[in-house]
Ligand binder design. Structure first.
Ligand code: ACO
Length: 426
């Protein structure tokens, strides 16, 4: 119990302790009992919910999905198995896995109506804009999914459809943007292989998938599945709390992810590497510009609100990037720039003092580039991986019978009341 005292009033606030000993002060009675609110700009100290999906210990660099260590899942699991785990809470047994897999396959083809939607976008439309619009549009084709059919609930079908079709939409958006015909899904292939085929096959040329590329992509997707209350997931939860449907909520998540400080950082990182590569300044000079905050410059792919030691996802991806490029016998200039940037920053007082370390986006772009994914599709790849996490959070909100609409307060600092004086508009 924590007692808050002010003047002759006091309020006793219960302490809340999570299963991993995370501690919070429950201030839910604060405003009704005292008239005060808490002010926590950008929610750095605010727990917005209790959640049983993902656990992070930012000081120790720990990330677990439903209790399973990310390192173990990244090495041993498949994307579909991890998606099931995150949505339904436990690893699937064989028959649950097969059922889920079949459901995904049965949902993978887009309605023909989508061709017209795609044609409405200009050629240079950003694929993230297309993705968010298309996910919301998917909801319009869903009337039959709002019933239980053959023992499969509307939620199960909608969730499977989102996970399956986000990949079909992403590949179709890419094909449209380069003027090639869309490639239909390959139902017999694994999730990641199916995606690569849709991206890179041509009507007269089947794409041969390299097993190392497939492994790296699967790992990339697993590492992006969930990350507790990050900006896009919080957005999904806010939208879901109003009663919005799964598609509308996840479409909002795509928009939040797009920003450069969040998922858009993976594109920003490779652009930064290329800028350094093509400029006449050294890595050290670039770091100095960042430290002086010249023109708001940041070291993209560095820093995190929660991780203050290391981001375990970045460590896994760093190793994977080396492995992929070593095997291909490639001397990758971008990976060298990344190494030099990381070395310089990790030994620099500015970054040490502020506890700034490489985050997931620092190495993921190098892997995506090695796979052959175009730069403007990098954040789309993040969205494909994050879809199961958004779905799990939407489900958690909807299963909470006591869920209230998200509605923060504010401290108003604008004008006080003033008199309206009409302007002569003639
Ligand atoms: N480069 C240089 N300085 C940085 C960086 C960076 N990447 N990140 C933080 N800082 C500095 C800030 O300028 C601030 O300095 P100050 O004390 O002199 O004012 C200090 O470190 C604290 O940073 P905040 O902005 O308060 O950190 P916050 O928790 O709000 O932001 C964020 C976290 C957005 C990730 C930030 O570190 C950043 O912008 N990083 C670069 C973009 C990026 O890589 N985003 C991906 C994050 S992972 C993900 O979303 C998937």
């Amino acid at each position: 119990m924590l007692r808050i005292e002010f003047g002759d009033q006091s309020l006793e606030c219960p302490l809340v302790v999570g299963t991993e000993n995370e501690k919070a002060i429950d201030i839910s009675q604060l405003r009704s009992k005292t008239g005060y609110i808490t002010l926590d700009d950008s929610f750095g100290n605010t727990g917005s919910c209790k959640s049983g999906i993902t656990y992070i210990d930012g000081d120790k660099g720990v990330l677990r999905y439903r209790g399973y260590a990310i390192e173990e899942l990244a090495e041993k699991s498949s994307f579909i198995e991890t998606a099931y785990l995150i949505i339904y809470g436990n690893l699937p047994n064989k028959s649950e896995y097969d059922l889920f897999s079949d459901l995904l396959t049965s949902q993978e083809i887009l309605h023909e109506g989508f061709r017209h939607h795609f044609e409405g976008f200009p050629n240079n439309a950003h694929p993230m804009a297309m993705l968010s619009a298309m996910i919301n549009a998917m909801g319009c084709y869903q009337s039959d999914l709002y019933e239980v059919e053959d023992g499969v609930s509307r939620f199960d079908k909608s969730a499977a459809q989102l996970i399956s079709q986000v990949r079909t939409i992403a590949a179709a958006a890419y094909k449209m943007s380069i003027g090639q015909p869309m490639v239909y899904p390959y139902p017999e292939k694994s999730y990641a292989e199916n995606f690569l085929q849709m991206m890179f096959s041509l009507p007269n040329k089947h794409y041969e998938v390299d097993p190392d590329i497939l492994h790296a992509l699967t790992m990339f997707l697993i590492l992006h599945v969930d990350h507790e209350q990050n900006c896009s997931t919080s957005t999904v939860r806010v939208v879901a709390s109003s009663g919005a449907n799964l598609h509308a909520s996840c479409s909002a998540g795509v928009c939040a992810l797009w920003g450069r400080l969040h998922g858009g950082a993976n594109q920003g990182v490779v652009e930064m590497f290329n800028k350094i590569k093509n400029s006449d300044y050294t890595v050290k000079e670039f770091i100095e510009k960042v430290k002086k905050k010249e023109g708001g410059a940041k070291l993209m792919g560095f820093g995190h609100r929660v991780y203050k030691n290391f981001d375990p996802r970045a460590q896994i991806l760093q190793k994977a990037a080396h492995k992929l490029l070593d095997k291909a016998g490639k001397q990758d200039e971008l990976l060298e720039i990344a190494q030099e940037l990381a070395e310089s920053a990790l030994h620099d007082e500015y970054f040490i003092e502020r506890k700034l370390y490489p985050n997931v986006d620092f190495y993921s772009g190098i892997i995506l580039q090695a796979i052959g994914i175009p730069l403007n599709m990098f954040t789309v790849m993040f969205a494909i991986g994050r879809m199961p996490g958004w779905i799990a959070h939407w489900k958690e909100i909807n299963e909470n019978s006591k869920q209230r609409i998200y509605r923060p307060r504010q401290i108003y600092v604008g004008e006080t009341i003033r008199k309206y004086i009409p302007v002569d508009k003639r």
